[in-house]
Design a protein around this ligand. Structure first.
Ligand code: C2E
Ligand code: CA
Ligand code: CA
Length: 539
């Protein structure tokens, strides 16, 4: 397109130049020809050769010349008009390339260019402030009221922003419902925050579409650009702060927080490493004993995932399980843990059970039952030796769906337990409506129970309820002999906790199977020392 313009310009200029040359040469030739009396000579010549019809031909030449001049004048005016039109179109195209057609604000490209210019002037002493604004829950507006309403609101938001911002900043639309603002140099933090508040307030005022009031809100992320960072990095930071504002509850502003950013960066790093660790089976199944607290016999183990990272050391399961859930890897991780546990436990005394944790996302995986069955078959592990532990967050969304899933699991022959009992909001309803075999009282009620009358009442209540519903109860988090004695008095059937043992790796389990818990080595480290001593003695 641009080439076409320059070609056209060249053509017009060439025509004008040629014409000018003609006119100039005519003016130069005119006095010379007059001096030489050329016309008189020509007249004489044509009269002398009357039979050649020179005068008629001359008339034709004069006519043709006039026609040529008129035609070229017409042509050049036409070309000039065309060029004017094209110039206008080009300006419009440039305007469109730099402005958002819906709102007329700068678009992402123009805003980027503006930042690119600004980056040259930024110093720590004279920082520039950038704000990123995003509408909260704007998608439902489009879904409910239609795209025309959505467009009208975006246009109105742009107007309100422009009015509120006044002369202290420039605003652009980056796309969708996202706007960016760059404050003029010299604007203070107080002014920036005041503007942010005003913008948020302006957006909270109702928008009217077809006489229907529509309410939305906006969140603002703020960042100080005082160091030598690229435009992309500046925008990324502004974006981070925007999401911090959204996470903080929306309709508010938040400043960029380097520490928070570092954390989320580390989390992203951990996610990458977790993917590799799962693929390489580096996450191991460890086993924490569960004791019959009346007879004090070992009845089985809870399987707990453990990740010893080569540089980070022990990574807490609460951390990596959450990342595995968020990144959709919990299914693979869980199955790997269950497979390891079933393989290990297949050789143990068949009276010993294992309890496996299923997290909410995994619980809703339609393939879960099939996958568990596959692993039980593959490891030739008796389903009756397996308990599936689910937390309340897995089941509260929809009891009917949860019941169907629990029934399907029970049809395999496994038992199901409600984990962390007492911490959710609808524990009682869950118990009444769903076919659990056992509950696990959360350790927050158990640890130090002998000294906490409030917890004593809660646990006594849970015990009465469980007895009424004929459910097994496991008390988690027994840490002291006092805790144990108190639970024995309440006739709680099963217990688990640091008093007995923490989770140990598979190769330490035999220490626990072969002796009474009171004779157990206190922890895995001690077991390790004992094992080393055993190896030494044998050699
Ligand atoms: P949870 O299912 O409630 O597991 C029991 C947690 O309590 C374990 O923490 C265990 O080490 C800890 N614990 C046991 N006895 C005591 C005690 O006496 N005192 C104290 N303070 N803590 C005790 P851990 O291993 O850190 O696991 C944390 C959570 O991570 C688990 O809570 C479970 O929700 C999840 N998790 C662990 N492994 C897996 C897994 O393989 N799959 C899934 N989906 N979740 C897992
Ligand atoms: Ca558990
Ligand atoms: Ca628990």
């Amino acid at each position: 397109m641009l080439n076409w313009f320059s070609d056209m310009r060249k053509k017009v200029s060439a025509t004008v130049v040629i014409h000018l040359c003609f006119y100039i040469s005519a003016f130069i030739a005119w006095p010379i020809m007059a001096e030489m009396e050329l016309f008189e000579q020509f007249y004489e010549f044509s009269r002398d050769h009357e039979d050649w019809d020179i005068d008629e031909f001359s008339l034709l030449v004069v006519n043709l010349t006039i026609a040529l001049i008129l035609s070229s004048l017409f042509q050049s005016s036409r070309l000039r008009k065309l060029v004017r039109q094209r110039d206008f179109q080009r300006q419009r195209a440039e305007q469109n390339a730099r402005h958002d057609p819906l709102t007329g604000l700068m678009n992402r490209r123009a805003f980027g260019d503006l930042l690119q210019e600004t980056v040259k002037t930024v110093t720590a002493e004279q920082p520039i402030f950038i704000a990123m604004l995003d509408l909260d829950r704007f998608k439902p507006v489009n879904d409910i009221h239609g795209h025309a309403a959505g467009d009208a609101i975006i246009r109105k938001v742009a107007q309100r922003l422009t009015v509120e911002i006044g002369t202290i900043a420039q605003v652009g639309r980056l796309g969708g419902d996202e706007f960016a603002i760059i404050f003029e140099p010299g604007t203070t933090v107080t002014q920036v925050e005041r503007s942010a508040r005003r913008l948020i307030h302006a957006i909270e005022q109702p928008f009217h579409f077809n006489k229907t009031p529509i309410y939305i809100s906006g969140s603002v992320g703020l960042m100080t650009w005082g160091e030598d960072i690229s435009v992309t990095e500046a925008l990324r930071r502004a974006d981070k702060s925007l999401y911090a504002a959204k996470d903080g509850g929306r309709a508010r502003f938040a400043w960029y927080d380097a520490e928070l950013d570092q954390k989320s960066h580390e989390r992203a790093q951990l996610e990458i490493e977790l993917t590799k660790a799962i693929a390489n089976n580096e996450i191991q199944a460890w086993f924490q004993p569960i004791i019959n607290i009346e007879t004090e016999d070992l009845i089985g183990f809870e399987v707990l995932a453990r990740w010893t990272h080569e540089t980070r050391g022990e990574v807490s399961p609460s951390t990596f399980i959450e990342i595995a859930e968020d990144s959709g890897q919990i299914g693979d991780l869980g199955l790997s843990i269950l497979r390891q546990a079933c393989r290990a436990a297949a050789d143990w005394d068949p009276k010993l059970t294992i309890s496996f944790n299923v997290s909410p996302l995994q619980f809703h995986d339609p393939n879960l039952v099939e996958q568990i069955k596959g692993i039980l078959d593959e490891c030739r592990f008796d389903a009756r030796r397996l308990t599936i532990e689910v937390t309340e967050s897995s089941i509260i969304r929809d009891f009917d769906i949860a019941r169907a899933k629990l029934d399907a699991l029970k049809a395999l022959g496994v038992a199901v337990a409600l984990d962390d009992f007492g911490t959710g909001y609808s524990s009682l309803a869950s118990l009444r409506q769903l076919p659990f075999d056992r509950i696990k009282i959360d350790r927050s009620f158990v640890t130090n129970i002998a000294a906490e009358p409030q917890n004593q009442k809660i646990v006594a209540g849970i015990m009465a309820l469980a007895t009424g519903l004929e459910l097994d109860v496991t008390a988690e988090g027994i840490e002291t002999n006092d805790d144990l004695a108190y639970l024995q008095d309440l006739s709680c059937s099963l217990g688990q906790g640091f008093l007995f043992e923490r989770a140990v790796p598979e190769n330490h389990v035999h220490w626990l199977i072969d002796s009474k818990w009171s004779d157990w080595p206190l922890d895995a480290k001690r077991a390790n020392e004992l094992q080393q001593a055993e190896i030494k003695a044998a050699s």
